[in-house]
Design a protein around this ligand. Structure first.
Ligand SMILES: Nc1ncnc2c1ncn2[C@@H]1O[C@H](COP(=O)(O)OP(=O)(O)O)[C@@H](O)[C@H]1O
Ligand SMILES: [Mg+2]
Length: 223
């Protein structure tokens, strides 16, 4: 559904990403890897229209993200859940309200029951009333995942979601992402954690994309 057609991106200097052509088909599970500074976060931003390519185009269901109206962009963003690298919360609002924010911001009804189910799923139900600053790194990441899926998006993009987590917590987060994929959601995870990728590959048919020399390559089965 998300498609890159000969995409390039530059922040103003030389090209950071070049000649990228890719289709993220519905229900697929992809990892995006590559050294720090290779352009993984930039690639994710191109996927959800935070950035527009400097050449080529990115489409969502054959519609050019750049050509969308403001309303269409808002609509599109609801279909793509993003777990940002530095998950930010509104520190004065309890966890449950932070998770519900995408719904309230979109003026959609909030079902407390569904919210608590979602918090249970990520193992945070008992912390629903807690304020974000009191949460651990792993709890924050799981809260960010809950917030990313609260609108029932078709696609989930996660930027180094296990970057600051210990191995046990990384696996726990991965399990949640695998479960979402088994429910039919398209998953793209930027990470340089090869152990995480290996662990996922034993659970789902995940493909590994690597940014190398500005190009996107499909990594072999050597991982
Ligand atoms: N807003 C920006 N303006 C200029 N350069 C940027 C900006 N954001 C990122 N970069 C640069 O682009 C390169 C790729 O960054 P990024 O996509 O964050 O890589 P990664 O996520 O793989 O570590 C880095 O060299 C970074 O410094
Ligand atoms: Mg990054």
């Amino acid at each position: 559904m998300i498609e890159f057609q000969n995409v390039a991106y530059s922040y103003g200097g030389g090209e950071l990403l070049s000649e990228i052509t890719l289709r993220l088909s519905p229900g697929s599970f992809h990892f995006l890897t590559g050294p720090s500074g290779a352009g993984k976060s930039t690639f994710l931003k191109l996927c959800y229209g935070e950035l527009h390519p400097t050449a080529g185009r990115v489409t969502l269901e054959d519609r050019d993200l750049r050509a969308m109206s403001r309303d269409d962009v808002a609509q599109m963003r609801r279909r793509i859940g993003v777990v940002h690298q530095d998950c930010q919360f509104l520190d004065h609002l309890p966890l449950v309200e932070n998770v519900a924010l995408p719904l309230t911001a979109a003026g959609q009804p909030v079902s407390p029951e569904d919210l608590f189910d979602l918090l249970s799923w990520v193992g945070l139900k008992s912390l629903a009333d807690h304020l974000p600053p009191s949460l651990s790194g792993g709890e924050r990441q799981r809260a960010a995942l809950a917030r990313a899926v609260v609108m029932s998006p078709d696609v989930i993009l996660a930027d180094e979601p296990t970057g600051n987590l210990d191995w046990e917590m990384s696996l726990r987060l991965l399990t949640l992402l695998v479960e979402l994929n088994k429910m039919g959601k398209t998953i793209l995870i930027a990470t340089h954690d090869l152990n995480l990728i290996r662990s996922a590959k034993s659970q789902v048919p995940a493909r590994v994309l690597r940014i190398s020399n500005r190009r996107l390559q499909l990594a072999g089965s050597d991982l």
